[in-house]
Design a protein around this ligand. Structure first.
Ligand SMILES: [Zn+2]
Length: 440
C-alpha cells in the first residue's frame, strides 16, 4: 500500500471501558490528506510579478508556493511578507546571487529572517546558477537545498515517496523558455506521473512572459500555463497535494520518522494514540501535521489532541484526521455511542460497591483513597492544575461536568500534574476510584 502501516494489537482497555475491545490499524498517509502524489511550485529571484501576479493566481485556487529571495536584490519585502502571511513559504536564494553561494548559507537565512516572519522559519534554500555550495553548511541551516533541473545535470529529477537521496540536492524541473515545462500539459503530465508513482515533483520558475520580473528575467514562463496547471490540480485535488517545498519536506521527514502507537483510552468508546518522532535539529521543529486514519466502524467521532479538538471525518470504515507529532495524546471518542459511563461520570453512582467512590475536595484538601495498598489522591494545586499522587501505572481520566473526557493519561510519578482547563467541576478517575474537583 502507499502508506506506512502499523499493525496495532488490541488496545489495553481501562477499567471503565467494559465492552469496548479494539483491534485496528492506524496509518500515516504517504502525503497530506491521503493524496497519491505531491507537487511543489518554486519561484526564484524575488520578481515583482511574484507578488503582483503569482500570489493572486495561487490564491484563486487555494494553493501555496515557495518564493526564493535574493537579499541584495532588495525584493518587495512587505509584498513577500504578505505572501508569507497567506501561508506561502519564503526561502533563501543567497545574499548576492554569485556563481556559488558558499559562505552565504547561514547569513542569507539570517538576513531574510530579519525581514520575513513566518510560521516554519526560513528552512529551504535554492542555489544560484544551480551550483551546489558547501553541503554541510547547507545541512546546518536548511532542511532542503534545491538544485535545478536534475536531468540537465545528468541526474534524475523524479523523486519517489521517500524523497531525494540527498537533501542538499533536491531536484526541481525548470519551466519556461529555457526549461522542460512550457505548457499546462507539460505540468499536468508531470503531476500525473507523480500520482502514479506516489512521488513528489518540484518546479522551478523565474519570471513570467510579459510581466514585471525585475532580476528574474531568465527563462520566462507563460503564466497561463501555470494557471492551467493549478486549475487541473484543483480538479484532481483528492490525488495531488500542492504545497511549498519546505512543507512537503517537513511532512516527508516526519512521516518517515514517526510512529503512531495505541494507548489506554481510559474510557469506553474511546481510543487513544501517541504520534511521535525523535528528529532533532536546530532548523525545524518538524511539527507539520501528519494525516492519519484509523480503521473503525464508528459512525460519528470527536477527535482531540492534548485536549484541543481536531477536524475529523468518517469515511469508508476509517476515521481521518491530521495531528501534529510530539504535540500530546490523540483521543478518538465514539460520539454516536450512548456512553453511560461518560454521561454519569460527573456524578458517578455510589450505590454499588463496584462503582467508584467519590470524594469531594476543595482546592487544598487531599482526600486519599486506598487502592492496591497505596493512598491515591487527586486535588487542584495552587496554580490550578489537577494533580494526582501515587497513581503510577494506573489509568487516569479527567471528565468535565458534561461527562466528556477531557484528558486520559497514565500515572507516572509519585505526584503528577494531569490537567488544567477552564473553571468548573471535573471528575478525576484513577483506577476504580473517583474524585470530584473544582478548578476555581
Ligand atoms: Zn536565481
Amino acid at each position: 500500500m502507499n502508506y506506512k502501516k502499523i499493525s496495532i494489537a488490541s488496545v489495553a482497555v481501562g477499567m471503565f471501558a467494559a465492552g469496548a475491545a479494539f483491534a485496528q490499524d492506524a496509518e500515516i498517509a504517504t502525503w497530506s490528506g491521503f493524496r497519491k502524489g505531491a507537487a511543489s511550485f518554486t519561484f526564484d529571484d524575488g520578481a515583482p510579478s511574484h507578488v503582483t501576479d503569482a500570489g493572486p493566481m495561487f490564491k484563486k485556487y487555494g494553493y501555496k508556493a515557495t518564493f526564493n529571495l535574493v537579499v541584495n536584490w532588495n525584493p518587495n519585502w512587505s509584498g513577500f511578507q504578505g505572501l508569507a502571511d497567506e501561508g506561502h513559504e519564503i526561502a533563501s536564494h543567497s545574499n548576492s546571487h554569485g556563481n556559488n553561494m558558499s559562505g552565504e548559507e547561514a547569513s542569507s537565512k539570517k538576513n531574510i529572517e530579519s525581514h520575513i516572519k513566518q510560521k516554519y522559519g526560513i528552512i529551504t534554500v535554492a542555489y544560484p546558477n544551480c551550483n551546489v555550495p558547501n553541503e554541510s553548511a547547507v545541512k546546518q541551516n536548511y532542511i532542503v537545498g534545491r538544485i535545478c533541473n536534475g536531468s540537465w545535470k545528468g541526474m534524475n529529477d523524479e523523486m519517489g515517496k521517500d524523497g531525494p537521496s540527498n537533501w542538499a540536492q533536491v531536484p526541481a524541473t525548470m519551466t519556461g523558455a529555457e526549461g522542460q515545462l512550457k505548457s499546462t500539459n507539460d505540468f499536468t503530465g508531470r503531476m500525473q506521473k507523480v500520482i502514479q508513482s506516489n512521488g513528489w515533483a518540484a518546479f522551478l520558475t523565474h519570471g513570467f512572459q510579459g510581466k514585471n520580473n525585475g532580476n528574474a528575467n531568465y527563462s520566462p514562463t507563460d503564466i497561463n500555463a501555470i494557471d492551467g496547471a493549478l486549475k487541473w490540480a484543483q480538479q484532481n485535488d483528492k490525488d495531488i497535494w500542492v504545497a511549498p517545498m519546505g512543507h512537503v519536506a517537513m511532512y516527508l521527514k516526519e512521516r518517515k520518522a514517526s510512529k503512531i502507537e495505541p494507548q489506554d483510552g481510559g474510557a469506553a468508546n474511546t481510543m487513544a494514540f501517541e504520534l511521535k518522532h525523535s528528529i532533532a535539529d536546530n532548523i525545524s521543529k518538524y511539527d507539520y501535521p501528519l494525516s492519519i486514519r484509523v480503521k473503525s466502524d464508528w459512525k460519528k467521532v470527536e477527535v482531540t489532541q492534548d485536549g484541543a479538538k481536531l477536524e475529523s471525518k468518517v469515511d469508508g470504515g476509517y476515521i481521518y484526521f491530521d495531528a501534529v507529532p510530539n504535540a500530546g495524546k490523540i483521543v478518538v471518542k465514539n460520539a454516536a455511542a450512548a456512553a453511560p459511563e461518560s454521561s454519569s461520570s460527573a456524578e458517578p453512582p455510589q450505590s454499588s460497591s463496584s462503582e467508584p467512590e467519590v470524594s469531594s475536595s476543595s482546592t487544598t484538601a487531599l482526600p486519599t483513597q486506598a487502592f492496591d495498598g497505596r493512598h491515591l489522591a487527586a486535588y487542584v494545586d495552587a496554580s490550578g492544575y489537577i494533580t494526582v499522587q501515587n497513581a503510577q501505572g494506573l489509568s487516569i481520566t479527567v471528565f468535565n461536568s458534561l461527562g466528556n473526557v477531557v484528558r486520559t493519561t497514565k500515572g507516572l510519578g509519585l505526584e503528577q500534574k494531569v490537567y488544567t482547563g477552564a473553571k468548573g467541576v471535573y471528575v478525576v478517575k484513577i483506577g476504580n476510584k473517583a474524585w470530584s474537583l473544582k478548578i476555581k
